[in-house]
Design a protein around this ligand. Structure first.
Ligand code: BTN
Length: 272
C-alpha cells in the first residue's frame, strides 16, 4: 500500500518495500510475519496497525512508514521524523497474559538494542533507558510505544518503534537531544537492514512471553542499563539500582528505602 504517487527512489531499499513483492515476502518469512504494509506517508503506523490487525488474534502484522504526519510518542508526546531519515514501524503481537503485555517494552527494547549493535558492529553501544528509550551517550536514538488492546478475549499489543537513522531537524516542540545511527556508526546505514534486524530480533523475543523476566533477560538488560547508578528526581527521588523481574524500576531513596516504580518518565539529576 502506498498513499502517494511521487516516484519511489529504488536505490533506497527501505522505500522499495512499497513496490517490491519479493522483498516484502523475504522479510515476512524471515520475521515470521503474517502481513506487511509499507506506507510512504501516514498519520501514524499505530493507527493503521490497529485498523488492519485481524480480529481472530492470530496475526503478526507489520506496518512500516517512511514518514508520519502525526507520529505518536510515549505519554501523549509527538514523534518527529523526516522522509528518508527514520525507521518507523508498528508490530502486532499477542502476549499470553497481561503480565507479559507489561513486559513487552522491556523485551522489545533489549532485542532492538542488540540488533542495532549488530548492525553498526559495535557491541554494547546502544543502551536502554527505562522504560523504553534507546540511548547513546545519553541522547535518544529511538523509542518504543506499546499500546494494548483486548478484542474478543484476545490480548493484542501494538508495538510502535521509531529509530533515527539519518540526521534531520526535530520538530521544535519535541524536547529531546537526538542521536542518529549514521553518526554513531560513522557511515551511512541502510534503513532496510535496520528494519530487518530489529523486527527479526523483536519477533523472536516476543514469541514466547513468560509473565516474568528471566535471570538471563535481566542480565542482558542490566549490561545496557543507562540509568543504573544514576540519581533521578522523577518519578521517584533516589539512585537507580536496576529493574526487577516485573520490569519495574528499583530506586534506592537517599534514606535507604527501596522504591519500586511501575511506570513513568524518568528525569535524571545530571541531564534533567
Ligand atoms: C517514544 O516516545 O519514545 C516512543 C516513540 C515511538 C514512535 C513510533 S514511530 C512508529 C510508531 N508510530 C507512531 O506513531 N509511534 C511509533
Amino acid at each position: 500500500m502506498s498513499l502517494d504517487s511521487s516516484p519511489i527512489d529504488m536505490t533506497d531499499t527501505y522505500s522499495a518495500l512499497g513496490v517490491d513483492d519479493v522483498l516484502r515476502r523475504e522479510l515476512r518469512d524471515e520475521c515470521r510475519l503474517s502481513a506487511i504494509e509499507f506506507l510512504r506517508s501516514t498519520a501514524s503506523t499505530q493507527i493503521v496497525a490497529r485498523e488492519l490487525a485481524a480480529p481472530d488474534g492470530t496475526d503478526r502484522m507489520l506496518v512500516v512508514a517512511d514518514y508520519q504526519t502525526s507520529g505518536r510518542g510515549q505519554l501523549g508526546r509527538q514523534w518527529s521524523s523526516a522522509a528518508g531519515s527514520s525507521v518507523m514501524f508498528s508490530l502486532v503481537v499477542h502476549p499470553s497474559s497481561p503480565e507479559a503485555m507489561a513486559l513487552i517494552p522491556i523485551r522489545a527494547g533489549i532485542a532492538a538494542a542488540e540488533a542495532l549493535d549488530a548492525v553498526i558492529g559495535i557491541e554494547g553501544r546502544i543502551l536502554l533507558k527505562w522504560p523504553n528509550d534507546l540511548v547513546v551517550d545519553g541522547a535518544k536514538l529511538g523509542g518504543i510505544l506499546c499500546e494494548g488492546q483486548i478484542r474478543d478475549g484476545d490480548l493484542r499489543a501494538i508495538v510502535g518503534v521509531g529509530i533515527n537513522v539519518r540526521p534531520f531537524t526535530l520538530l521544535a516542540d519535541v524536547a529531546a537531544s537526538p542521536a542518529f545511527l549514521d553518526e554513531i556508526a560513522g557511515r551511512p546505514i541502510e534503513r532496510l537492514e535496520v528494519l530487518r534486524a530489529v523486527v527479526k530480533g523483536m519477533s523472536s523475543a516476543l514469541d514466547v512471553s513468560p509473565p516474568m523476566l528471566s535471570d538471563e533477560e535481566l542480565a542482558r538488560h542490566s549490561s545496557r542499563d543507562w540509568l543504573a547508578g544514576r540519581d533521578i528526581v522523577e518519578p521517584a527521588l533516589g539512585r537507580v539500582k536496576g529493574i526487577n523481574g516485573h520490569g519495574h524500576l528499583i530506586v534506592r531513596a537517599h534514606n535507604g528505602d527501596i522504591e519500586e516504580v511501575v511506570s513513568g518518565s524518568v528525569r535524571t539529576v545530571e541531564v534533567g
